[in-house]
Design a protein around this ligand. Structure first.
Ligand code: AMP
Ligand code: MG
Length: 308
């Protein structure tokens, strides 16, 4: 049995040749990097991401999201409500592949990955019964959120990092920072240009992290990579990942090792990248038609690159 918890970035950031410097903090369970030649940038980004971590961290019982999960009925902040509405929209636009209600199943698989032990079938069955965004009721006028299935939970881990990057970029714009690259665990936004060139990120081969498959220029755009290489374990020659197919309630089995999405904002890129790992090439291509400003690169489990 083999376990892997990879914190290395799936995306290689290149600030080469400019006056920009990079600062890093461990937030939202990953490394958040800020590259900018403006000395204000790092303070603004880290402060905003720290604030959002308090709101959205599934594993912090004091976060607003945890309070919602604990009570199943809460009037939430405008920010959390907006993110839940966005999640609902992404759920619809991805044919259900993006679904934060997979939380109870994802928790069992993440525990399994840590302990290198298959989850118990009865626990999996009970958790699978709690999945379904149709049971999440969002009341716009009051911002009241109800989880109608008793015991169901929401995990915004597949969109929170991209959302935090996007909010941090808004704060940078408000402070007149013209140029920065913000990266939260492979969820990146390139604000402005890096000197006289666009920011550039490299998409890594998910099975050979030293190999760059493609370089992507990023000027006022977001990019995100998700994949089965981030957290997984192998049992009897089968790979089990932390990304769950909401339709089957099992770890993804789509033949896709990583999905990279380039979009006009980082939160769409984040949610869509996770969804594409679930959807695979054919359904992914259909779903991408709902996102005319987005492009995707899939790398299958044999290392083949596919452009969507
Ligand atoms: P990401 O790294 O952005 O792909 O997010 C993966 C995380 O999102 C997992 O660790 C789970 O917590 C959660 N997750 C797993 N499967 C899904 C899914 N199909 N839809 C939404 N969130 C998911
Ligand atoms: Mg994601």
């Amino acid at each position: 049995m083999k376990t892997c918890l990879v914190f290395a970035l799936s995306i290689l950031v290149c600030g080469c040749g400019s006056k920009a410097t990079t600062d890093t903090e461990f937030l939202l369970g990953t490394f958040v990097e800020v590259t900018s030649s403006d000395p204000k940038a790092k303070t603004i980004v880290f402060q905003e991401v720290r604030r959002l971590e308090k709101l959205l961290n599934f594993y912090d019982e004091n976060s607003e999201l945890s309070q919602l999960n604990a009570t199943s009925d809460l009037r939430v902040s405008p920010e959390l409500f907006e993110l839940l509405e966005f999640s609902k929209k992404m759920h619809e636009l991805t044919q259900g592949a993006f679904d934060p209600t997979v939380a109870p199943v994802a928790v069992l698989w993440k525990r399994a990955i840590k302990k290198e032990e298959m989850p118990k079938e009865d626990e999996l069955q009970a958790a699978r019964g709690l999945v379904g965004f149709d049971y999440v009721f969002l009341e716009e006028a009051t911002r009241r959120v109800r989880l109608l299935k008793s015991g169901s939970k929401l995990d915004l881990g597949a969109v929170a990092k991209g959302y935090a990057v996007q909010r941090a970029i808004e704060k940078l714009r408000e402070a007149n920072v013209a140029s920065a690259l913000v990266n939260a665990g492979g969820n990146v936004y390139g604000l402005g240009r890096n000197g006289n060139k666009p920011w550039t990120v490299g998409i890594r081969d998910p099975r050979q992290s030293g190999r760059i498959v493609e370089r992507v220029p990023l000027e006022n755009k977001g990019v995100a990579t998700s994949g089965d290489y981030e957290q997984f374990f192998v049992f009897q020659n089968k790979r089990y990942s932390h990304i769950i197919d909401p339709k089957t309630g099992a770890p993804v089995d789509s033949g896709i090792a990583s999905a990279t999405v380039i979009a006009s904002d980082a939160k769409t890129a984040d949610a869509l990248a996770t969804a594409l790992v679930v959807l695979g090439e054919e359904r992914g291509r259909q779903v991408l038609k709902n996102f005319p400003n987005a492009k995707a690169r899939l790398i299958d489990i044999h290392g083949k690159l596919r452009e969507l």
